[in-house]
Design a protein around this ligand. Structure first.
Ligand SMILES: [Fe+2]
Length: 253
């Protein structure tokens, strides 16, 4: 598996606080089969500088000195779109995923669907490919909205753990995967015990071997090679027994 969204660059955002904490997480990730991890510290679009902040360089050097040989580490960022991205695609490569055209972006939770569409369109116009981090968090994220964002040229990154969540965002995440609208899964680890393994297991339990491979291995690998994403077939996700009983009860009323 390849995880392209993590907050394991130590001491630079709300993720891992120390090299030791990051190293512990990376060892666990290697144990569950992660081959590659992209470090994606938070940035605000309005605060992007032409070169990586010196503190990030120092943190990366400290981490690589202690990190296990696997997973392989890549650099990137998770960019909060508080304003349009300025600059050229070439000048933004230090914040894209592993220096490719793919850039991981996020939005405030209550963002409007049109605002997301406008921002994604402008990123595509720059010659970059936006990957929307955890679209299931946004209240505007319906399958129809995600379809529109994908038609603009964006990819959707669903948080692997959220696939198992009972809340609305879990339902949104499952709906995206069910309709073939998710492109990759990622862990969004903040120095904790989250890995992509639970999300992959969930897909396998649903009979989604092809989808699991595309979402956790093949499409993330395509991004690292700066190649196009492969379409992910829809997957029928069986509702839980509790949900089925509730639906039966509602049918009888
Ligand atoms: Fe994140």
């Amino acid at each position: 598996m390849i995880d392209l969204h993590s907050h394991l660059l130590p001491g630079v955002d709300d993720g891992s606080r120390s090299v030791a904490q990051s190293v512990g997480v990376l060892r666990t990730m290697a144990e569950v089969g992660l081959t590659d991890v992209c470090l994606t510290p938070h940035f605000r679009a309005g605060q992007i500088t032409e070169v990586p902040p010196p503190a990030h360089e120092t943190a990366f050097a400290a981490l690589t000195a202690e990190a296990p040989p696997q997973p392989k580490l890549h650099r990137g960022a998770e960019v909060m779109m508080d304003r349009p991205l300025a600059g050229s695609a070439a000048g933004l490569r230090h914040i894209t995923l592993a220096g490719t055209r793919y850039i991981l972006v996020e939005f405030p939770r209550m963002v409007a669907g049109d605002t997301v569409a406008n921002a994604l369109g402008r990123i595509v116009d720059l010659g970059l490919i936006p990957i929307v981090a955890h679209p299931e968090r946004y209240s505007c994220c319906s399958p129809a909205a995600a379809s529109r964002w994908r038609e603009l040229g964006a990819g959707m990154q669903v948080d692997a753990n959220t696939l198992l969540a009972p809340q609305t965002r879990g339902q949104r995440a499952r709906a995206l995967v069910a309709q073939g609208l998710a492109d990759i899964l990622a862990g969004d680890n903040h120095g904790d015990d989250r890995t992509m393994a639970a999300g992959r297991r969930f897909l396998l339990e649903q009979g989604g071997e092809e989808q699991a491979e595309l979402l956790t291995v093949l499409n993330p690998a395509a991004i690292l090679r700066d190649e196009p994403l492969a379409p992910v077939p829809p997957l029928q996700i069986r509702t839980s027994l509790v949900q089925r009983i509730r639906e039966l009860f509602e049918d009888e009323r």
